[in-house]
Design a protein around this ligand. Structure first.
Ligand SMILES: Nc1ncnc2c1ncn2[C@@H]1O[C@H](COP(=O)(O)OP(=O)(O)OP(=O)(O)O)[C@@H](O)[C@H]1O
Length: 252
């Protein structure tokens, strides 16, 4: 059966620069895939291409078998929840109303109830009635993540969902995303923390200069050769009872 999220041989250009250069990615139902890579590697571009916000020059991005560019915005929104890297929210609305925007297909009270549940899921129950313009960056990030979870779509793409969160919240959010995958969703998440990627993902896709440098179970994808050639790190993995730890220093 075809994976819900599939991208083949994707090519894309921004400002005259090739930002995707033959990228292949698949995310199966029930899987959490971590997208990692240095700054500028093309992670956001790849995620945007999946939701149809970046046009491909070549290749194809499919949502449940359909080329994303053939789907209406409404149909895209039904199929995929998207958390952009950009955390700006223009209006100072209460958190619950912002989170409810993730469920435009539901009646108001139902959307608000689901939004409240999603806020509680990400440790934001206390934020429900607070205006989003009067929040810290990490609090606002939780509200936007709740908006994506409110969608309840079978595919979930999150661009750096744990950036700016405290260590406890980082793990909480990854546990929730893991939970969505365990519940049957196809989840693709870009991350900079390689140890958390290794701890939570079924598979790690390493991007480098618009290409997929490795795609495999975490330890295999993030082997010392890849750590050195892609990230410039001399690194090795140490197994601990609490999960794998990365011991690393900048390569000389
Ligand atoms: N609007 C734009 N115009 C021109 N070039 C862009 C634009 N947005 C991104 N780029 C370039 O595209 C390349 C890929 O950027 P992208 O944001 O996909 O990387 P990323 O892996 O998500 O990086 P980061 O970890 O820093 O978020 C980079 O070289 C970047 O400079």
């Amino acid at each position: 059966m075809i994976a819900p999220l599939t991208m083949w041989d994707a090519e894309a250009t921004l400002g005259g620069r090739k930002v995707l250069d033959g990228a292949d990615v698949q995310v199966e139902r029930g899987r959490l895939v971590a997208l990692v890579g240095p700054n500028g590697a093309g992670k956001s571009s790849l995620i945007k291409a999946f939701v149809g916000l970046l046009a491909l020059d070549g290749g194809v991005a499919r949502l449940n078998g359909d080329d994303v560019t053939t789907l209406s915005p409404r149909e895209r929104a039904r199929r995929v929840a998207y958390l952009p890297q950009e955390r700006r929210i223009a209006w100072n609305l209460p958190a619950v109303e912002v989170a409810a925007l993730g469920a435009p297909f539901l009646a108001g009270p139902e959307a608000l109830a689901r939004a409240k549940r999603a806020l509680a899921e990400v440790g934001g129950a206390h934020l429900v009635d607070r205006g989003v313009a009067e929040m810290s960056g990490g609090e606002r990030a939780r509200v936007l993540l709740a908006r994506a979870l409110t969608t309840d779509a079978p595919m979930l793409l999150a661009d750096e969902p744990i950036a700016g969160l405290d260590p406890d919240a980082q793990r909480l959010v990854l546990e929730r995303l893991r939970g969505r995958a365990d519940g049957g969703a196809a989840v693709l998440v870009s991350l900079h923390d390689l140890a958390l990627a290794a701890a939570f993902a079924d598979q790690v896709v390493v991007m480098h200069q618009g290409q997929v440098a490795a795609a495999a179970p975490p330890m295999e994808a993030l082997e010392p050769g890849v750590l050195r050639s892609v990230f410039g790190l001399d690194g090795r993995w140490v197994e601990t009872p609490d999960g794998p730890l990365l011991a690393a220093r900048r390569a000389q």
